[in-house]
Design a protein around this ligand. Sequence first.
Ligand code: TYD
Ligand code: MG
Length: 450
Amino acid sequence: MAKNRTVFFCRECGYEASKWMGQCPGCKQWDTFTEEPVIKKKINKQVGLTQTEPQLLSDVTTDKDQRILTGIEEFDRVLGGGIVIGSLVLVGGDPGIGKSTLLLQMCRELSDKQVKILYISGEESLKQIKMRADRLGSFQGELLLLSETNLDSIEDTIRKLMPQIVIIDSIQTMYKEEIGAAPGSVSQVRETTGILMHLAKGLGISIFIVGHVTKEGVVAGPRVLEHMVDTVLYFEGESKASYRILRAVKNRFGSTNEIGVFEMRDKGLVEVSNPSEFMLQGKPEGEPGSVVTASMEGTRPILVEIQALICQTNFNMPRRTAAGTDYNRVNLLMAVLEKRLGIQMSGMDAYINVAGGMKINEPALDLAIVMAILSSYKNRSMDNKTLCFGEIGLTGEVRAVNMAEQRVIEAGKMGYDTVLLPQINKENVGNTCVKLIGVRNIREIVNLFS
Ligand code: TYD
Ligand code: MG
């Protein structure tokens, strides 16, 4: 009997190998290889209108009106100013985070503007999509729905209807018959995305692909297709907390620095145009261990609260946790505090939390983390109207951060009257009504709590 040939794929990055390996040479992750059958038939990739002759750059014409605005401002900004015609966009995120809801809301806005949209779901029946749509409110325009997972018939439908925008929800449910592997396997996900890309480029249709992020299991993660698509958006947030952040991690047509902030309500996602106010909701007043800082998300300043709890440990090894920020960075800062200020941290448990569930890994957070630790350690609260930011070096020096002026302006807008910032930044910030206190070294801040 002829043996079915198989190959091995990395679930994380799609690396292909003829034998099983413990560590993937591509992305260096461990134990990510899965066995899949070799593709039996050669798949005809001649889809669309691929240009075979070289053309002069000056001869290539671009349409003036190349972008379609969705009308959801936060979404448009993350996309780099609307949807580029003929682009392939991956929307990744944990299951249940709100990807389908976001895209269906986009469909509603666009169908109101008479844009022809086809929403293909491999996860929900038409009835279920309708139920979700009813929850979101009334749809004025026409929206075409299809419940299908076979890519060949999807391709036929797209060619026949020629919509302007197509949503594929989700790529892990789509399959092509020629490929022996199960839907969601690396080879299926790669091949089906390849075909969708040819369709998008060839026919000038913008295609949105939903990809679930998977921690474990045999389903291929969106990382496998990140390099194939034009734009990669991640939708993140704690599923318990109500806010969601849409982040561009790759964008061929715009900056990757932008984020969009949404709140999940019972009638769908609502844009949050003032994230600082949202993040500081419920902040305790005058409590030790709570410090506010200004962090930059792309070109946007967002104020967040850093909380620290320092207490005597009951174990031989003190416990240290950092939620929402880099654990190693927190350990480093505690070592700097111990060495430079002589504060004994080795017998202390330390819990650090970025309140509100945001994840921030900016060095500009350092000063606020140190202040929160000191505040909790000394059991002295920080002034309610004071905010701080700055990077801390290993010798305890406070180093300059980027975009200090925007951070100060945001602090002023949100009612803060004093900002502690690196001395070098202070010299460069223009006129402001906020009182600025320049700091050169962490030694200078200890007195604030004495
Ligand atoms: P969904 O868009 O189905 O997530 P994904 O496609 O990323 O898997 O979102 C489902 C969650 O959102 C579900 O837990 C219910 C919640 N939700 C609301 O809170 N309000 C709403 O209006 C809708 C439609 C969903
Ligand atoms: Mg979904």
